[in-house]
Design a protein around this ligand. Structure first.
Ligand SMILES: *Cc1c(COP(=O)(O)O)cnc(C)c1O
Length: 440
């Protein structure tokens, strides 16, 4: 079996990326602005991207790749979609930030409220991390309780109190949790396994009176893709309600991707609060959180819960989000993405059946994950063995050599966009077949 090349082994093929990486490592820790970008789990030099359009990214050495990372979720319309670029370009000529309210944020808020019934009001921030931080704060204020329940394998951004058993970034580096987070900060966080109603019920029996909120990715997509049984999510809804705790859906990935109304729409479950990011910003830095008016009323300036941001509701970013949502509605985006996902699934079945070792496809709409777990696709945050990780690393490089860019970690989901054509899916499938055969 081929294993991952050691760091730098492929520098000859990517001299410009290698040179940039060397410069970056001198001035940026690990040479990257976000850890999973560093290729540590697959070996080799990270590609520096020079430009991108549609489903293609082009690296600093001029090589093109069919992209299934999609900037980790935002680019549901593909890279540099003409409608988004035109709207953003127009917005830029009117200034980049005002530090005052603007029409675009009202329009985007109206769009969110109309799409996501559980969000009667919404507030914008600049990242998913901030959205979750703020939602947790308002949940604690509203309930006058301190405890937060999260699930192992779910990622909710990098705020201190949620950085426990937090998905791919930490799993990739074999760390359950981060240094620099005082034990006191996570003392109010409880972590439970996914897929286990009894565990939730037991915790609520013990500590229910102190639990402010249960937060979950309704479709966990940060430790591979771990679709949950609807009964489990229904149980969360029931138990939180019984105990006066809030249910928070972290829809930073699933929101506006799986359906117009996110995972909440697919599941038919209304959370008390929801967080958004990625798609809602159309490739610009945007996060949002929303919920019932009576909860959101706790926020300053009306309420006693402080939350703010210099660039929140940024006019350019709001415009990118609006253009993206318009496009999804106008082009029946969600139906088309589902059709494309189904087509990919059909194409992949015979290839995966012939794979020299078990590979399972997990898919929901435009989100998919190639699970390298020999035992099958898990429903909880299971750890991959060294052998399984080495196989993924070999696949990753096999695909890269064939011009396909996959996430550089076996724990990351892949993203389809409206820019992926039938031809792209066929190309992906044959590259996958060839790459898997080469690993055997
Ligand atoms: C990406 C992500 C976040 C964090 O968003 P950032 O914009 O990276 O801060 C939070 N929750 C989920 C579910 C995510 O996938």
């Amino acid at each position: 079996m081929t294993t991952a090349p050691p760091d730098g082994a492929r520098e000859d093929q990517h001299p410009h990326s290698a040179e940039l990486y060397e410069r970056a490592c001198r001035v940026i820790p690990g040479g990257v602005s976000s850890p999973v970008r560093a290729f540590r789990a697959v070996g080799g030099t990270p590609l520096f991207i020079a430009r991108a359009a549609g489903a293609q990214v082009v690296d600093a050495d001029g090589r093109s790749y069919l992209d299934f990372v999609g900037s980790w979720g935002p680019l549901i319309a593909g890279h540099a979609h003409p409608a988004v670029i035109a709207a953003v370009t127009q917005a830029l000529t009117r200034g980049t930030t005002y530090g005052a309210p603007c029409a675009a944020e009202v329009e985007l808020a109206e769009r969110v409220v109309a799409s996501y019934p559980a969000a009667e009001q919404v507030r914008f921030v600049s990242s998913g991390t901030e959205a979750v931080m703020s939602a947790i704060r308002v949940a604690r204020a509203f309930t006058a309780r301190d405890l937060i329940v999260k699930f192992a394998g779910c990622y909710h951004g990098h705020a201190d109190h949620l950085l426990v058993a937090a998905g791919s970034g930490l799993a990739t580096f074999g760390k359950p949790s981060s240094a620099g987070v005082p034990a006191a900060f996570t003392a109010c966080t409880r972590v439970l396994p996914l897929d286990d109603e009894a565990g939730v019920a037991q915790l609520f029996e013990r500590e229910g009176a102190n639990i402010a909120a249960v937060i979950i990715e309704p479709v966990p997509a940060n430790h591979g893709l771990l679709p949950q049984r609807p009964e489990f999510l229904q149980a969360l809804r029931r138990i939180t309600r019984e105990h006066g705790a809030l249910l928070v859906f972290d829809e930073v990935i699933s929101g506006f991707r799986l359906a117009r109304g996110g995972a909440a729409e697919l599941l038919g479950i209304a959370p008390d609060l929801a967080t958004f990011g990625k798609v809602i910003g159309g490739g610009m830095p945007v996060g949002a959180f929303g919920g019932a008016r009576r909860i959101m009323a706790r926020l300053a300036p009306d309420g006693d819960t402080y939350q703010a941001g210099t660039l929140s509701g940024n006019p350019v970013a709001m415009t990118a989000g609006l253009a993206t949502l318009d496009l999804l509605v106008r082009e029946s985006g969600w139906q088309r993405l589902e059709a494309r996902g189904a087509e990919l699934e059909r194409l992949l079945q015979p290839v995966l059946a012939k794979a020299p070792f078990p590979v399972h496809l997990v898919r929901l709409g435009s989100l998919f994950w190639l699970s390298f777990h020999e035992a099958g696709a898990p429903r909880t945050a299971a750890t991959l063995t060294e052998r399984e990780i080495a196989r993924y690393a070999a696949l990753f490089h096999g695909m890269l050599d064939r011009g396909v860019y996959l996430p550089p970690s076996a724990y990351e989901a892949c993203f389809l966009s409206l820019a992926h054509t039938a031809t792209d899916l066929t190309r992906f499938t044959s590259a996958l077949g060839a790459s898997l055969a080469a690993i055997a």
